[in-house]
Design a protein around this ligand. Structure first.
Ligand SMILES: [Zn+2]
Length: 210
């Protein structure tokens, strides 16, 4: 499971979603699991490694019958010589029976870049994902705010929501953030230094699911 450590920076839980019971003693509470920053949180990861880890992650989720929505930053597809393989990693999500949503093209913060630039980033983030979904007779319907930033003031927030609704989106809020992404940087740094001890010590991402 440790091999998943470097894959996806944000494992987010959405309470009251349409999925599974957390535990037997909480029978009426449910979570929807979402994973952000696809195809991979790390820009340093070669496409082959992205493919390998995506397969491992998705096989596990499918075997465990865990429904998941993955949120895409399409800018992460555009690595020289790797575009096709990175798009294929997204396709794997759909082939495994999961769904993809929009997380903007470049992961821009609505709180930082302003409404117009953020809207442009959201639109730019649709093209490949929408095409892939259409091949599975699915529509692009979920949006996740990068950094969970929903606007610095109420008016911006309302304008952004109206924009998303007009484009057919349902906003995917977060009620539990595993903060698992924080280990990716530590893991990468240790790996770069060939520090096998530290990379081995990095906890499995899914250990936060409790
Ligand atoms: Zn993100």
């Amino acid at each position: 499971m440790r091999a998943l450590t470097n894959v996806l920076p944000c494992l987010l839980l959405l309470l009251c979603g349409p999925t599974q019971s957390i535990a037997a003693n909480l029978p009426d509470r449910q979570v929807a699991i979402t994973i952000d920053d696809l195809p991979a949180g790390s820009n340093l990861l070669p496409a082959a490694a992205v493919t390998k880890m995506t397969a491992k992650l998705l096989d596990t989720l499918r075997d465990q019958k865990i429904p998941v929505v993955g949120f895409v930053n399409e800018r992460k597809l555009y690595h020289f010589g790797e575009v096709d393989e990175r798009i294929k990693a997204l396709q794997m999500w759909l082939e495994h029976g999961f769904e993809l949503g929009n997380h903007t093209y470049s992961h821009s913060s609505l709180n930082q870049v302003g409404l117009k630039a953020w809207e442009d980033d959201a639109v730019q983030g649709e093209s490949v994902t929408r095409l892939l979904l259409s091949q599975h007779n699915m529509k692009l319907r979920y949006f996740r705010h990068p950094f969970l930033d929903t606007g610095r003031d109420l008016q911006t927030r309302r304008d952004a929501e109206a924009f998303l609704v007009a484009r057919g989106y349902r906003i995917a809020p977060v009620t539990l953030d595993a903060w698992d992404w924080i280990y990716a940087t530590v893991y990468e740094d240790a790996k770069r230094r060939n520090d096998n001890c530290s990379t081995a010590a990095a906890p499995p991402r899914l250990s936060f699911l409790q």
